[in-house]
Ligand binder design. Structure first.
Ligand SMILES: [Zn+2]
Length: 173
């Protein structure tokens, strides 16, 4: 799709830049921006002024021109993803005693089902983190209030499930 777009731009004579190079050529954009301008390489801080290729001469890092935002806030997204990351790692470790129990069942073991439910929830929670990451751009397009409500709901569900599992373990003794 990008290829088609670039070809269309090249065919359009109004978008030709210096030397007949299309203005939407990402390499030409980088070189034009750095012509007579001192900008440090984002990787090694080498001064990229007047370079001839879209690559840092010092460290070889490929360079692109981007629009940045000084206000992009990822706080609510990170907060919404945190419980799932923790639950996923915990679920992985809990898998060991669960496996040991299915292999060598002990009649004295209590609340095994609650541990299994907790483990399943942990993996589901980790999967939800993957989903959140996949749809992160849609999340970022929400208002801060909606992002906060979503993160709050995620934390609420995790705290609720944690309390329910503790209660189940307590009453199965
Ligand atoms: Zn560099």
């Amino acid at each position: 799709m990008t290829g088609t777009y670039l070809m269309d731009v090249e065919d359009d004579p109004t978008t030709k830049g210096e030397g007949g190079r299309p203005l939407h050529d990402p390499v030409a954009e980088v070189l034009a921006f750095l012509k007579g301008r001192s900008v440090p390489c984002p990787r090694c801080a080498y001064d990229l002024r007047d370079i001839q290729t879209a690559r840092c001469p010092e460290c070889g890092e490929p360079l692109v021109l981007k629009i940045g935002s000084p206000r992009a806030r990822f706080g609510w997204l990170v907060l919404a993803m945190a419980p799932g990351c923790f639950s996923g790692v915990a679920a992985l470790f809990v898998l060991i005693p669960v496996y040991m129990h299915t292999r060598y069942p002990s009649p004295a073991a209590k609340g095994v089902w609650a541990v299994m439910v907790a483990d399943a929830f942990g993996f589901l929670s980790a999967a939800s983190v993957a989903l959140m990451y996949r749809h992160r751009h849609r999340f970022m397009s929400w208002t801060a209030r909606r992002q906060a409500a979503f993160a709050g709901a995620v934390w609420g569900i995790h705290v609720l499930v944690f309390v329910l599992i503790l209660l189940a373990l307590w009453y199965s003794q």
